[in-house]
Design a protein around this ligand. Structure first.
Ligand code: GLU
Length: 405
């Protein structure tokens, strides 16, 4: 299968066939401003030395400082980080926040490290990149397998090295250590606001059946938020496998079960299914909330949901997009659907720089109109041109970046 960066570039090629953005501009966007790979040597608890590979990709900063999370995953490699950084640039532009696009990562399975090793590794990443990071230069955040606690270690390391006390170099910090209220649930919450704004246009009922792939920060919070709003969550999965209950899963009990056991499989009253089966379940709304390239031309014809809302980055390949569009399945694309995370990151950065602390209500009251108006603008443009919502979002985002460049 092609890597996520090939997919990102296929999306860029597709949009440039719909609208002429000028060949120089498209050429410029085919490469990041810079991509850096470093070795991070770490003393392990048993006294041995291990070298980890770390990355930071700074894609485009026309709209503001490079912005984007840091991923810890055994499969993380430079092409994935490049794709994610590209999507960050478009994501910030699509919802109109003054940030550019970047992304970072480390090739590691964090579940196999002790807490002390994880802290040394996280501080090691900052030591390697401290000269390119900064509140007005490049501002990381959490992503897959990185937590508020990791952000706190990183912010502390950056302060030790540079003396910058604002904390604005990194977002997604714990509340009380410069973090913003509402940041931990912002990705799912923003996706929900976009869903609410589009629901009636997409022909969805007030109560939908929902399947969610992935039960990390985005997926688990989505389960909670959609469940509380009266929707029926019939299936969820995590890296070990999935569960199904057509009567609707008891989400509060499942969250507790996951916390205790580490996984969703084996939850009482549910039937075990695979991640692949979850994707093709008959439901109103499918939410991929895990990793890239899970819906491809191999399984796009088997998808049975009416709408797909991408809380993950890049879960659908460009070829699969075309199949889904022809089949009348609407995809609410990642750069809109999961942009609540970076939007509240931007609010955190803003609060740090102004030394303010906003209430959760203030944060949500600022997030909601951004998500609603972005969703509506993208929907109307796509409808007008008879293109999918991803291409609509790309057009709006690219036009904003081009105008600045
Ligand atoms: N990692 C998240 C994303 O992919 C958030 C990035 C951020 O807050 O900067 O959008």
């Amino acid at each position: 299968m092609s890597n996520p960066f090939d997919n990102a570039m296929a999306q860029l090629d597709k949009v440039s066939k719909i609208k002429d953005f000028g060949s120089d501009f498209i050429l410029k966007l085919r490469q990041p401003d810079r991509d850096i790979k470093v070795s991070i040597p770490i003393n392990m608890d048993d006294g041995s030395l291990r070298i980890f590979e770390g990355y930071r990709v700074e894609y485009n900063n026309a709209l503001g400082p490079y912005k984007g999370g840091i991923r810890y995953h055994p499969d993380t490699e430079i092409n994935e980080v490049k794709a994610l950084a590209f999507w960050m640039a478009l994501k910030c532009a699509a919802v109109g926040i003054p940030m550019g696009g970047g992304k970072g990562g480390i090739t590691v399975d964090p579940k196999k490290l002790s807490k002390d090793e994880l802290e040394r590794l996280s501080r090691g990443w900052v030591q390697k990149f401290s000269d390119i990071l900064g509140p007005l230069k490049d501002v990381p955040a959490p992503d897959v397998n990185t937590t508020a606690e990791i952000m706190a270690w990183m912010a502390d390391e950056f302060q030790k090295i540079t003396g910058d006390k604002s904390g604005a170099v990194i977002t997604g910090k714990p509340v009380g250590q410069g973090g913003s209220l509402g940041r931990d649930t912002a990705t799912a919450q923003g996706g929900f606001y976009a869903f609410e704004a589009l629901k009636s246009h997409l022909g969805l009922a007030d109560s939908c059946s929902v399947a969610i792939q992935g039960f990390g920060n985005a997926g688990a919070n989505a389960a909670s938020i959609w469940h509380k709003a009266g929707h029926k969550i019939i299936a969820v999965s995590d890296s070990k496998g999935g569960i199904l209950d057509l009567n609707g899963l008891d989400i509060p009990a499942l969250l507790k079960f996951k916390q205790e056991t580490g996984y969703v499989a084996g939850f009482s009253g549910s039937q075990d299914i695979t991640n692949e089966q979850l994707l093709t379940i008959d439901c109103d709304l499918l939410i991929p909330a895990a990793l890239e390239n899970v819906i491809t031309k191999e399984n796009a014809a088997d998808i049975k949901s009416k709408v797909i809302l991408e809380l993950a980055n890049g879960p659908i390949t460009s070829a699969a997009d075309d199949i889904l569009f022809k089949r009348g399945i609407t995809v609410v694309p990642d750069i809109l659907a999961n942009s609540g995370g970076v939007t509240v990151s931007y609010f955190e950065w803003d609060q740090n720089l102004k030394n303010e602390r906003w209430t959760e209500r203030e944060v949500l009251d600022k997030l909601r109109p951004i998500m609603e108006s972005s969703a509506r603008d993208i929907f109307l443009l796509a409808k007008d041109l008879n293109i999918d919502l991803r291409m609509g979002a790309f057009m709006i985002a690219l036009e904003r970046i081009r105008a600045k460049m």
